[in-house]
Design a protein around this ligand. Structure first.
Ligand code: ATP
Length: 313
């Protein structure tokens, strides 16, 4: 890929992207940049505009304003040139039910100028053992893997995954995460949408939160919404003896639990555990908590909703 100075050209760039459906502004001046080889997750509540953004990037929807470059091409004008270079996994796709997994991939493989070997794609997507199985006999999770395999067989530089694990059981979700990690190890650029915050946390190097068509926050999932700057919080069941004096920022006791934010976490833990041993008492269910990505997300979505006011869209 072309380089500008030492920085690689982004795989995806959108500037001032706008999409209206009648009176609804579904996408409202969105700016995005996804670096090559990055796994980027677009998060947001139902109706936030995620699918609209992704489909504009894929070249399947038109835009009303803004600039877009996907692998250096405008998807609205260069869809045919872009098509062999991107892989798309929709929420539900349709493979021929009477073909086997291997036959399906071999068929798609013939459509691309530089495909990946079918067996390698089967291995990457965890479908090797199911290669002779008919599509009609696959479970929901296996079908979704086949859709990823189809998107991968043309060896695309960029993959769009729309809610890749919706409806999966926990084991299937973890298997699907491994497939996405395999894609990341191949240095593919992945743009995924998801409603699962743990999924974004496990997979994405960067996330953006879309609310009401606008990006309200973006960055590393570990620091989104300033979650890394919030002091850790200690929680344990209230012991039946008075606690020792502790330097705390806040302290409450509700429903039989003590919640406190210590000035110094290590010192507070030392003091508390030493006290508990000395007094032969337990600090049951002791836990240290920092805001999770879900806490940060819910706060961002709530703040954005309140700022927009009722009926703003
Ligand atoms: P979800 O998480 O539910 O899939 P989303 O974030 O992908 O939602 P979009 O599907 O992009 O959101 O929808 C954004 C807004 O645009 C919504 O208000 C939706 O009702 C509206 N919208 C989407 N597609 C169309 C369409 N073809 N015609 C009219 N309005 C539409």
């Amino acid at each position: 890929m072309a380089e500008t100075g030492t920085r690689p050209e982004p795989a995806v760039v959108a500037r001032g992207l706008v999409k209206r459906y009648g009176k609804i502004t579904a996408v409202d001046h969105v700016d995005l940049a996804v670096a090559p080889g990055e796994v980027f997750a677009l998060l947001g509540p139902n109706g936030a505009g995620k699918t609209t953004v992704v489909e504009i990037l894929e070249g399947y929807r038109s835009r009303d304003a803004g600039e877009v470059a996907v692998l250096g091409l405008d998807p609205a004008r260069r869809r045919a040139r872009l098509k062999p270079r991107i892989g798309i996994v929709l929420q539900s796709a349709g493979a021929d039910r009477y073909l086997t997994v291997r036959e399906t991939l071999a068929m798609y493989r013939d459509c691309y100028p530089r495909p990946r070997p079918v067996d390698e794609v089967l291995e990457l997507t965890g479908l090797l053992a199911d290669r002779r199985r008919r599509v009609s006999r696959l479970s929901g999770g296996q079908q979704r893997r086949l859709e990823v395999a189809i998107a991968l067989v043309g060896d695309p530089e960029l993959l769009f995954l729309d809610e890749p694990t919706t409806g999966f059981d926990p084991a299937a979700r973890h298997d699907a995460w491994q497939v996405i990690k395999n894609l990341a190890a191949l240095r593919k650029t992945v743009l995924l949408t998801t409603h699962y915050l743990d999924e974004a946390q496990a997979l994405a190097g960067r996330v953006a939160v879309l609310v009401g068509g606008r990006i309200v926050a973006s960055g590393d999932p570990a620091t989104l919404g300033g979650r890394d700057t919030v002091r850790p919080h200690l929680r344990f069941r209230a012991p039946d003896q008075p606690l020792p004096p502790l330097e705390t920022v806040s302290r409450t006791e509700t429903d039989g639990f003590v919640d406190l934010v210590p000035e110094d976490l290590t010192a507070a833990l030392h003091r508390l555990t030493g006290w508990a041993i000395e007094h032969r008492t337990a600090l049951d269910d002791l836990a240290i908590r920092r805001p999770t990505l879900e806490d940060a997300y819910l706060r961002l979505v709530g703040d954005a909703g309140r700022a927009a006011g009722p009926g703003s869209r």
